[in-house]
Design a protein around this ligand. Structure first.
Ligand code: ADP
Ligand code: MG
Length: 345
């Protein structure tokens, strides 16, 4: 791995930005591909601002890099096919396909013996009554594709008042969880695995609000959670960092969803570990050995969403806080503007 190699990153949001910073610390360069506004472009070596339909731009991008990765899993298949004909993509296409589609994701997870919420395929609105009869209420209808931050989801308590999402969906039984946790796990091409300590996640309105480590759960639960994540990345022959979201429920650990990329609930690693999730991902995709991801501090990560950014003066003055701002312009409601890592010990 020479120092001037270039990593292509699909997606130019805050995750691409923090990946670029981590890569630059290792003497590597990042070329970002992003159709829209790209906070990552401010810190990367190169930015291509073009659509995923622009085949000439995709080809030039692929030819300018050594390896391709992504911070965003909903890249169109046609773009991926073209890119992959020119340069390798990590994590691999199977991991992407499985995590792009909630139906395939749950089918895959159940197929390797992992528990998910009970679910039913709902290809069309007219299939909803049968799915509701099978799964019951309360339940959550989620679009199979493109959902994030709680978008594309409808909660159903009364079947008579069920709304349709407008796209092929899955209906999930509501899990009465006592906690939500996530495991951020890295896997290298040679099968080496490094998992960060599971974090306790709090969501508000479908958006992650905070992650706390340690998560306060028993060693049995946290070990089981890591073993589940390890099974998933091994089964997929995965290379890179994955975020695995789990519910802690009376019936045991239930996998909610997987993200084939660095994950918001892993931002605490920036202040809590010698090697954070971003560097771990870069190491994995360029073929370097994984680093030391052991936790050396107790951390609470808090997202700065929309108007939270108005608290900036007080946050800048707060002791023991590592602040990250993404350089986004306007603070729209629900928009992730930054985060902070509060170092507790
Ligand atoms: P997204 O892709 O938007 O993160 P998720 O499937 O993770 O979608 O749902 C967002 C949040 O909604 C979860 O973190 C959890 O708090 C809640 N949620 C999702 N599915 C269920 C479920 N089956 N039972 C209970 N809560 C759920
Ligand atoms: Mg989620």
């Amino acid at each position: 791995m020479s120092e001037n190699r270039v990593i292509g990153i699909l997606g130019g949001g805050q995750l691409g930005r923090m990946l670029s910073v981590a890569a630059s610390r290792l003497g590597l360069r990042c070329h970002i591909y992003e159709p829209d506004a790209a906070p990552a472009g401010d810190v990367a070596y190169r930015l291509t601002n073009a659509s995923y339909e622009d085949r000439a731009a995709l080809r030039a991008f692929a030819e300018s890099v050594d390896v391709i990765t992504y911070e965003f899993e909903n890249v169109p298949t046609s773009a991926l096919d073209l890119l992959e004909s020119i340069r390798p993509i990590s994590p691999n296409r199977r991991a992407l396909a499985v995590s792009q589609d909630r139906l395939e994701e749950k089918t895959f997870l159940n197929g390797i013996g992992l528990a998910t919420a009970p679910f039913a395929d709902v290809p069309d609105e007219r299939d909803l009554p049968a799915a509701l009869a099978q799964i019951g209420t309360p339940s959550i209808l989620k679009t199979r594709r493109m959902g994030y931050d709680g978008k594309g989801q409808v909660r159903i308590t009364d079947p008579a008042q069920a709304e349709w999402t407008g796209a092929p969906s899955v209906l999930e039984g509501y899990v009465e969880f006592s906690a939500e946790i996530s495991v951020i796990i890295a896997r290298a091409a040679d099968g080496q695995i490094a998992a960060f300590d599971p974090g306790l996640n709090v969501h508000q309105g479908g958006i992650l609000r905070s992650t706390t480590v340690p998560c306060g759960l028993s060693g049995k639960i946290t070990t089981d959670a890591v073993l589940i994540a390890a099974k998933i990345v091994n089964e997929l022959d995965y290379v890179g960092v994955m975020g695995v979201e789990l519910f802690v429920a009376p019936e045991g650990l239930i996998v909610n969803e997987i993200a084939p990329r660095v994950h918001n609930s892993g931002h605490w690693t920036q202040a809590g570990c010698a090697v954070d999730q971003f560097e771990q991902h870069i190491r994995a995709v360029v073929g370097l050995p994984l680093g030391d991801g052991r936790r050396h501090a107790d951390i609470q990560m808090e997202n700065l969403i929309g108007n939270d950014i108005d608290r900036l003066p007080e946050l800048l003055a707060e002791p023991g806080v590592q602040l990250h701002l993404y350089g986004k312009g306007e603070a729209r409601p629900g928009r992730k503007m930054g985060h902070l890592n509060r170092i507790r010990s």
